[in-house]
Design a protein around this ligand. Structure first.
Ligand code: ADP
Length: 204
C-alpha cells in the first residue's frame, strides 16, 4: 500500500470503542462486496437486501456503481488504472461506513482480483464479505438492463467488461449467488440468511 503524500498528519483515535459503538447502535457493520458482470444483478440484490435490513430496523447502506461516478469518482474513467483507483476509493468509503456500523453493500463490477483483495486487506478481519454474483454472460446480455451489451458489441463502448475487458472471477468468495433462473427475492434472502448466520443481523 502506498504511503500518504503528506507527512504532517497524525492518526486520531476515537473516544468510543468499537464494541461500545456497536452496543449503542445495536448494529454490527460489515462490507458486502458484490462483484460480477454488468447486468449480473449486483445493484438489484444490494438494494433489495438494504430494504429488507431497513425493514428490520437495521443500519444499511448501498454504494452503487454509477452513482459514485457522478460524485466522488467523477474524475475517473474505465482504463485499468482508473478502475483500480475507483475501487480503492470505494473500498476506503465502504470501510468507513462499516466502521460506523452499517451493513454496507457495494455494487461494482470490480473486475480485478487484486483490487478486491486490496479492499479485503484494509478491512478488519471477518468484516469483508465477497459476494460473487455469478451470472453467465449470456444471461447478462439477454437482460441487458441498460442496453450496454448492445452498445459494446457494436463497438460503441471501449473496455467493456466481459466483451473487450477482462473479468477475474473470485477464487474464494464468502458467498456465491447464482441468479440465473432465480428470483431477486430468493437471492436477497440467501444473502440475508448469510448475515444472520454470521451474526451481523439478528434473526426475526
Ligand atoms: P448490475 O448492478 O450487476 O449491473 P442490475 O442489478 O443493474 O445489474 O441488473 C440486473 C437485472 O437482472 C435487473 O433487470 C434484474 O431485474 C434482473 N434479474 C433477474 N433475475 C435476477 C436475480 N435473481 N437477481 C438479480 N437480478 C435479477
Amino acid at each position: 500500500m502506498s504511503e500518504p503524500k503528506s507527512k504532517n498528519i497524525t492518526w486520531h483515535g476515537t473516544n468510543v470503542e468499537k464494541a461500545e459503538r456497536e452496543q449503542a447502535l445495536n448494529a454490527r457493520g460489515c462490507v458486502l462486496w458484490l462483484t460480477g458482470l454488468s447486468g449480473s444483478g449486483k445493484s438489484t440484490i444490494a438494494y433489495r437486501v438494504e430494504q429488507l435490513l431497513l425493514e428490520r430496523g437495521k443500519f444499511a447502506y448501498v454504494l452503487d456503481g454509477d452513482n459514485i461516478r457522478y460524485g466522488l469518482n467523477k474524475d475517473l474513467g474505465f482504463s485499468p488504472a482508473d478502475r483500480t483507483e475507483n475501487i480503492r476509493r470505494i473500498g476506503e468509503v465502504a470501510k468507513l461506513f462499516a466502521d460506523a456500523c452499517a451493513v454496507t453493500s457495494t455494487a461494482f463490477i470490480s473486475p480485478y482480483r487484486a483490487d478486491r483483495d486490496q479492499v479485503r486487506a484494509i478491512c478488519p478481519a471477518g468484516t469483508f464479505i465477497e459476494v460473487y454474483v455469478d451470472t453467465p454472460i449470456e444471461e447478462c446480455e439477454k437482460r441487458d438492463p441498460k442496453g450496454l451489451y448492445k452498445k459494446a458489441r457494436a463497438g460503441l463502448i471501449p473496455e467493456f467488461t466481459g466483451v473487450s475487458a477482462p473479468y477475474e472471477a473470485p477464487e474464494n468468495p464468502e458467498i456465491v449467488l447464482k441468479t440465473a433462473g432465480r428470483s431477486v427475492d430468493e437471492c436477497a434472502a440467501e444473502l440475508l440468511n448469510y448475515l444472520i448466520d454470521k451474526g451481523f443481523v439478528t434473526a426475526g
